[in-house]
Design a protein around this ligand. Structure first.
Ligand SMILES: [Zn+2]
Ligand SMILES: [Zn+2]
Length: 399
């Protein structure tokens, strides 16, 4: 096994030009949500070239699941890459920029798919040392937080049953780690994320006779203000929680009291307990404040993923694998989790696993946030993601 440690790093480094080529092709051809038809076909063709035969297509519409079996007995590791893009008009000016107007790989998922293909390439050459099997999972629709759950419901965790799980996110939305390093967390890495809509109903009428109306804007303002006290006054200051109202809509003219008012927002939490507390209090405060002011509030939740929480024993295995590939000094704990959501969390609810950060920053002011029209990935470090995934697959069952 010691011999393979050296060779996985070297093989990954040697593979980097290929990873760049795959990433550029996928980056130029972005697809949205569950409609990852050409992306899935590209992945399928590359897997077949590598001699992978146990492939299931059409999982959750356009997902791909492929199994590479090792020659040694053992358990099954799920390895996931999401592959959907975003409805963003690209402004990078790169020679391989999106060829589709209004669509862009602005979250780096093209790099995820490329890096997992790279891990597959390495693992197919190491079947002799591979224990059990790996199941490569190419997932559609991460950005809508619906793809992971749909793949699970479509049986991706069975036949063969997945015992453990690994995945990564590239880019720059964490702090304290640089390109070439690997960032980890021993617990929560990303947040539970739910959306909600509050519809306040009053009674419309003439702006000159407010006493004959029930003004939903006045109610909405009080609801908005009261909701801000959940995080500031009810949740412990040491517990991360976010409540953001991003939409406040009502009315059509200055002399009309409208009959309703709509607020839309999102909540973020790193534990189920805090998440439920936020949900319960958003509902109670909205309903009761509206009621106290003679109106009515209906609160509707659109539930997203739970928090992405790493299993400590899997994180320890990641440190060993990543250390062998990039050097132990380049494997760093992230300063803090991000409050972004990630539907990898649904896989980690089904099997113990680890999700890690693959920093692909440029530095020198060249980095734009995820989902930005100028977002880009530093391709020079694609091999670190591929190498870490492949090395993890080859060693996670060692003591
Ligand atoms: Zn994203
Ligand atoms: Zn993403």
């Amino acid at each position: 096994m010691k011999g393979s440690t050296v060779s996985v790093r070297e093989e990954a480094v040697r593979l980097n030009p290929q990873l760049v080529e795959w990433r550029r092709h996928l980056h130029a051809h972005p697809e949205l949500g569950f409609e990852t038809v050409d992306t899935a076909a590209f992945v399928l063709a590359r897997l077949k070239e590598m001699g992978v035969t146990e492939i299931r297509t059409g999982v959750a519409k356009n997902g791909v699941a492929a199994v590479i079996r090792g020659d040694l007995p053992g358990k099954v590791l799920g390895m996931r890459a999401d592959m959907d893009a975003l409805p963003v008009q690209e402004e990078t000016g790169l020679p391989f920029a999106s060829m589709v107007s209004g669509r862009m790989h602005a979250c780096g998922h093209a790099a995820h798919a490329s890096m997992l293909l790279g891990a597959a390439r390495i693992l197919t050459a190491h079947r002799g040392e591979l224990r059990g099997a790996v199941k490569l999972i190419f997932q559609p629709s991460e950005e809508t937080a619906a793809g992971a759950l749909a793949m699970i419901e479509d049986g991706v965790m069975e036949n063969p049953k997945v015992d453990a799980f690994i995945g990564l996110h590239t880019g720059n939305f964490w702090t304290g780690v640089d390109a070439g390093e690997i960032g980890y967390s021993n617990g929560p890495l990303m947040a539970a994320a739910d959306l909600f809509t509050i519809t306040i109903t009053g009674k419309g009428g003439h702006g000159a006779t407010p006493h004959r109306t029930i003004d939903p804007i006045a109610i909405g303002c009080q609801v908005y203000t009261a909701l801000q006290t959940i995080v500031s006054r009810e949740i412990s200051p040491l517990t991360p929680a976010v409540l953001t109202i991003g939409v406040f809509q009502s009315g059509s003219a200055g002399n009309i009291v409208p009959s309703d008012c709509v607020l839309k927002g999102t909540l973020r939490a790193l534990s189920e307990e805090t998440r439920r507390e936020l949900q319960d209090r958003i509902r109670a405060i909205s309903e009761d404040v509206a009621h106290a002011m003679r109106g009515h509030a209906a609160v509707e939740f659109h539930y997203g993923p739970p928090a992405t929480i790493n299993a400590p024993e899997m994180t320890a295995k990641l440190l060993r694998a990543a250390g062998a590939v990039v050097g132990p000094e380049k494997v760093r704990e992230v300063d803090e989790p991000t409050m972004g959501g990630e539907d990898m969390a649904f896989f980690l609810e089904k099997a113990p696993g680890v999700f890690f950060f693959h920093p692909s920053t440029f530095g020198g002011g060249r980095d734009y946030p995820h989902h930005h029209p100028k977002f880009d990935v530093n391709e020079e470090v694609l091999w670190t993601g591929t190498g870490t995934m492949a090395q993890f697959a080859l060693t996670w069952q060692d003591d």
